[in-house]
Write a protein that binds this ligand. Structure first.
Ligand code: FAD
Length: 437
């Protein structure tokens, strides 16, 4: 029987291996630890959580909670072992990290169809193979991937600006329009007076930042410099950078504002907006506090905070199908953070998508994209259809789901309905496609 190679015994690799083996196919799971470790892992266990012990909210009105429910329906190993090894954390699912990764390791090692090979894979084997080597993929495999895809399509750092919902923008202040009226309708402008700018500037340069880990330090290329670092060069620097007002006229005053923050549509539907040039290491509560000083953003709803960290990921919109298979090669899948999903559960969930579709390939069936109305499906859709020019990793959030047909004012009720819709559609999808759970 054909053996599937899964490279990387992290959250995504374990989910993929588990699904494929439970469907009756043999798996060789390659994990390079302990012989070679990453700068963030500390143990030889599979599915090690490298930082927080929280898998975030368990509530269905939160996108991370809904994603977990979807993963339960799909028979997720990671969620099952997390629940068996949970610690009290209110509405969140948090785990005893040691017990959790020991439990996943035992389940994988004891599976009769999974063979765990403790070896670094330095090249891309021929299909069937799933590459799930994570944000800290080893140098040798990174080199092989960049040779396969082109080195300009493999990223090693991630400097992301915050993304906010369109619903949280004050449209009495914000206005559409591009610099010099170039007809690009994808930008929204938030004008500032001198006084507003100076207040914002003062808060920005004095805000608290995350301290970067040693391996994350050499990040600051000019093009992705954190906004607070740029601001510290002098009070006017931002006026020649991300807050440049030149060529932008406020239709309400007919004048050029003192400074302008620009927001760019993050998705085709225009429900999410990226704060252009606002990549930042500010702590999350500080981002909320400082960025709410911007006129028009009094109460911003963040679907992703800005961050800067080491992260290996590929240009998925160019290379991957929504079922995470390389467009150019049948049977070669990517899964986990290396695809541009961001977070523990997002990575694990993408492992299920790759596993399901690997099995379909082995059975001679066509691959399937998961429904857009589900968080798992919309994440895969997002990372494979985002604008390649501005591609940045994405966490689970409700903004990437298609909106409800009806307008619902209360956010809680809207999220509840989105969750009900997702669960109903996913159940039908599982039954229609005979996904084993
Ligand atoms: P991983 O879990 O990293 O698994 C990849 C595995 O592949 C590793 O075990 C690695 O040893 C192995 N490997 C790498 N190269 C090779 C090779 N060539 N051959 C064989 N094996 C190989 N997300 C959160 O939700 N919460 C957090 O608090 C959080 N903190 C993070 C902190 C840091 C420092 C980093 C880097 C990331 C963090 N993330 C966090 C993001 C991300 O969700 C996790 O990194 C997650 O573990 C990604 O899952 P994965 O399966 O894609 O990769």
């Amino acid at each position: 029987m054909e053996k599937v190679k899964v490279i990387g015994g992290g959250l995504a690799g374990c989910e993929a291996a588990w699904y494929i083996a439970n469907m009756g196919f043999k798996v060789e799971l390659y994990e390079m630890r302990p012989a070679r470790s990453t700068p963030a892992h500390h143990t030889d266990k599979l599915a090690e959580l490298v930082c927080s012990n929280s898998l975030r909210s368990n509530e269905l009105t939160n996108a991370a909670g809904l994603l977990k429910e979807e993963m339960r329906l799909l028979g997720s190993l990671i969620i099952k072992k997390a629940e068996e090894n949970s610690v009290p954390a209110g509405a969140a699912l948090a785990v005893d990290r040691e017990k959790f990764s020991c439990a996943v390791t035992s389940a994988i090692q004891e599976h009769p169809l999974i063979d765990v090979c403790r070896k670094e894979e330095g090249h891309i084997p021929s299909p069937p193979v799933i590459i799930a080597t994570g944000p800290l993929t080893s140098d040798s495999l990174s080199k092989a991937i960049s040779e396969l895809l082109g080195k300009e399509y493999l990223y090693f750092y991630d400097a992301a600006a915050p993304i906010i919902t369109g619903d949280s923008i004050d449209w009495n202040i914000a206005f559409w329009g591009s610099r010099y009226n170039k007809g690009d309708e994808d930008y929204v402008n938030l004008p500032m007076t001198e006084e507003e700018y100076l207040e914002f500037y003062h808060e920005l340069v004095n805000a608290e930042v995350h301290s970067l880990k040693e391996f994350e330090k050499p990040v600051f290329f000019e093009g992705c410099m954190p906004i607070e670092v740029m601001a510290k060069r002098g009070p006017k620097t931002l006026l020649f950078g991300p807050l440049k007002p030149v060529g932008i006229i406020d239709p309400r005053t007919g004048k050029q504002p003192y400074a302008v923050v620009q927001l760019r549509k993050e998705n085709k539907e225009g429900t999410l907006f990226n704060m252009v040039g606002f990549q930042t290491s500010l702590k999350w509560p500080e981002q909320k506090r400082v960025f709410s000083k911007i006129p028009g953003l009094k109460d911003p709803e963040f679907v992703r905070y800005g961050f800067i960290h080491r992260n290996t990921f590929i240009m998925s919109p160019k290379f991957l199908q929504p079922w995470l298979e390389l467009k150019a090669t049948f049977g070669l899948f990517f899964a986990g953070q290396i695809t541009g999903v961001e977070g523990y559960i997002e990575s694990a969930a993408s492992g299920i998508v790759a596993g399901v579709n690997m099995v379909r390939r082995l059975e001679g069936k066509d691959p399937i994209a998961f429904p857009l109305e589900t968080v798992i499906g919309s994440l895969c859709h997002y990372i494979t259809s985002a604008d390649p020019k501005n591609f940045q990793p994405m966490k689970a959030n409700f903004g990437i789901l298609p909106p409800l047909e009806e307008k619902v004012k209360s956010k809680k009720e809207r999220n509840q309905r989105l969750a009900q819709r997702s669960i109903k559609i996913l159940r039908e999808f599982i039954a229609a496609n005979e996904l084993m759970v």
